[in-house]
Structures are given as structure tokens and as C-alpha cells.
Ligand binder design. Sequence first.
Ligand code: FE2
Length: 289
Amino acid sequence: MQQNNFLNNAFLHHLSIQCADPKSLSSFYSETLGMKSKQIHHQEKIKWLCFGNDRRIIFSPGKKKNLDFAAFSLKDENSLMNFKNILINNKVSISEYETPFFMKGSFGVKDPDNNLIIFGITEKNKGIALSSTYSDNIYGPLQHLTFKSKDVERFEKFYSEKLGFFVSDRVLKDNGELATSFLTSNHEHHTIACFKADVEEIDHHSYETGEWHRIKDWCDRFEKKGIQLKWGPGRHGPGNNLFIFIEDPETNWIEISAELEVLHNREVKIWKHEPKTLNLWGPHSIMRS
Ligand SMILES: [Fe+2]
């Protein structure tokens, strides 16, 4: 299977995550990741929105590690309409859904684990106002989101066959069962991924800082704020990216990544389900199953 062109240039733009205490979690993200925050009303709920330095995340009251929605931006109205028509042809159920960052016309689809995925176009005026850089700036745009699921095969099938994502890498157990699937909607190695587990929830979300030396800057920043790394530095097999992980106060995993593989029409890669696949440098790996 070759990378197709259906979704070229759909990028993960913002996330809305449920949590126990949206106000205090938004304070943590503002302080730790260098964003501003403000209270908003959205979908009849009071939420907290963090924004700045190409990072945008919304926190709403609810169940820890539950996704409200993940929003992907497309290039323009034509791209969005073309994609919508593909979904209609693929018999995907679509519903209108407005977000604080997208123009009217954005819509959502539900994946087999009931995750809401929104597609839209960035609101130009809001985009300028909300994505300005600040004195407290450190580079690392939001880049990918990963899930835990009881059924990775079903997850992969939906994103690849219904939404047109490209499966870049697969991690297989010795018995042939799919442990992890990495999928992308553009040239980045993955914009979404799914790990086999005994729960359905968010696994982690990631900010791509591009270069190794910026990982060092992030580590120094975290240390100054009293935050210790949970995992890394290391290098993943799939995606070949350098990584560190920290955990927020509600145990969400935050990844800072660099050197994520750029795809150029290659075949899917298969990996063995073992600790080394998750961290080529070793020795410590977080196995999900
Ligand atoms: Fe990741």
C-alpha cells in the first residue's frame, strides 16, 4: 500500500481534553508549555482554553484522559469540501461541529471507540489573535495524538479505509496480533496512533520541536519548573523520533519530540512488539500490553 493523497496536508491543530479540574490544569499548561489561558463557553459548557506558540488545547470538565475532540485543519474550503465528499462516499456519518479555532463549516466524525475527530479550516482572525508568539516562547507545535484501544485493528481500519489516513508503521506481537498502528494525514510519520490496551482513552499527545538541541531546552525548562521527566530521552523505532515524556497533574502524558520521520511515498514498515521498538536506545520502555 502506498501513501495516498486524500488527506495530504491535514494537520492536528487543537485538542479538547476532559479532566477533573480544567482551571488548574490550564494553569499548569500555560506555565509549563508557555501559553496563555482563558475561560470560554463552548458547546454549553465552561471550558478553559490554552493557546500560543502554535499550541492550542482546551480543557473541559469530565472524565480524566477522555477526549472531547481532536481537530485537524485542512488547507482551504475546497480541500475541506473534497474531503467531506470522500467521507460521504465512504458512508461515514458526519455532523456539524464548531470549535473556537475553526471557521463555520467544520464537521465531526466518530471513530469506532467513540472519539470525536473534527475537520475544519482555521479562523483567520482568531488564528492571528490566538497564535501570536509571547515573550515566554519555546518552539514545539502540537503535532500528534495517540490513543489506547481494546481493538487496534478496528481503529486502523476506520482511519485508513474510511478517513483515508496512511498506515506508516505497524507493530505486531509474536502471534500476529496488532499491538500498535501509526497513521498519518500528511507527510509527517504519524498524526495519530493507537496502542493495544485493556482501556479506551488518550495515551499521549505530542509537540514536535524539530531539533535535538531544543529537547535539551525543554528539559532545562521543565527542571526549572520542578518537573522531572517520566521517560527518555530516547529514540522511538517507528517514526525514528527523539523523545522525552512528562506527566501533567492529571496523569496525561505529554511528549516533546524531534526529528520525526518525513514520509515520501514509502511502504508500510513492520516492527516487532518488544521494548527496543519503543526505545531504540533502551533500556527502559513503557509497554502498553
Ligand atoms: Fe508520540
